[in-house]
Design a protein around this ligand. Structure first.
Ligand code: NAD
Length: 244
């Protein structure tokens, strides 16, 4: 059977389908991945995302963070892959999205049940008093942004290199992976620990794995049942036509 038809059938017949997305799903929204040929870390040294460096060098760190995550990422809009997942959630075809992304594009496309494994760029938290701020209310003209309550340094609510995964996101992701009978991996290399373990948990608990990527990943020859090679938007367009 044609691979697209096979995957569509698995999605239609699933009981608890979970999507697991990585940077690749947002590439066609204009956000490059971190690693690989056109990765951001070929252009920037990511030292400013180390917690100790950030605290010691807040002005330089914030100049870089603003340029990459707010001036640049901030303009991105969801694409066909994000919108199709939101539509499938609404029609009951998928239960949850676990995303490693911090760009909020799943939510902007209309998805409700989203676990942000690495946090979000849309909230800032004071490192001193923990007060949270919606990024829309922050004036980036004067850097670094400071807490209005205590004057402490504000930090984006996404996971920096030395930080642990938010406990609730980790617990909920493991729960979803355990309950899933189907997991769809989209644009993820499987190289980022501990996020990369989530699909292995799903597979171990009996889930089938559909993988969408422009090239083979760590998962393809180990746990993937149906590998759909291509850009996320193109594959979702084809899948959706077979699901309607
Ligand atoms: P990653 O594991 O997220 O890898 C990206 C994967 O996407 C690669 O396997 C690549 O082959 C694939 N890909 C590229 N273009 C694609 C397309 N059009 N369609 C389908 N697949 C495509 O690794 P990373 O980029 O090194 O990211 C590291 C971490 O940082 C991850 O947690 C990632 O989610 C996060 N990150 C988030 C964003 C974002 O919020 N948009 C951007 C960059 C990185």
């Amino acid at each position: 059977m044609d691979k697209i038809k096979k995957a569509a059938k698995l999605i239609i017949n699933s009981r608890h389908c979970v999507a697991f997305s990585g940077a690749g799903i947002s590439v066609e929204s204009g956000i490059p991945p971190f690693r690989g040929k056109n990765g951001l870390w070929n252009k920037y040294n990511p030292i400013f995302l180390e917690t100790n460096y950030f605290i010691a060098n807040p002005l330089y760190s914030w100049k870089m963070i603003k340029e990459i995550f707010y001036d640049f990422f901030g303009k991105a809009k969801p694409n066909k892959a994000h919108y199709t997942l939101a539509k499938w959630e609404k029609s009951g075809l998928i239960k949850t999205i676990i995303t490693q992304n911090i760009d909020n594009l799943h939510q902007e496309a209309g998805s409700k049940n989203v676990i942000e494994f690495h946090g979000t760029s849309k909230i800032l938290t004071c490192v001193n008093c923990s007060k949270k701020y919606d990024v829309k209310l922050i004036n980036f003209e004067k850097l670094p942004p400071l807490c209005k309550k205590c004057g402490g340094l504000l930090k984006p609510d996404f996971v920096f290199f030395s930080e642990p995964i938010p406990q609730q996101a980790l617990d909920n992701s493991i729960k979803e992976a355990t309950e899933a009978d189907l997991m769809i991996l989209i644009g993820t290399s499987g190289e980022i620990m501990p996020a990369s373990q989530i699909p292995y948990i799903a597979k171990e608990k009996g889930a089938k794995i559909i993988e969408i990527n422009i090239e083979k990943s760590n998962y393809t020859n180990s746990i993937t049942d149906v590998f759909l090679e291509g850009k996320a938007t193109e594959i979702f367009t084809k899948l959706d036509k077979n699901i309607l």
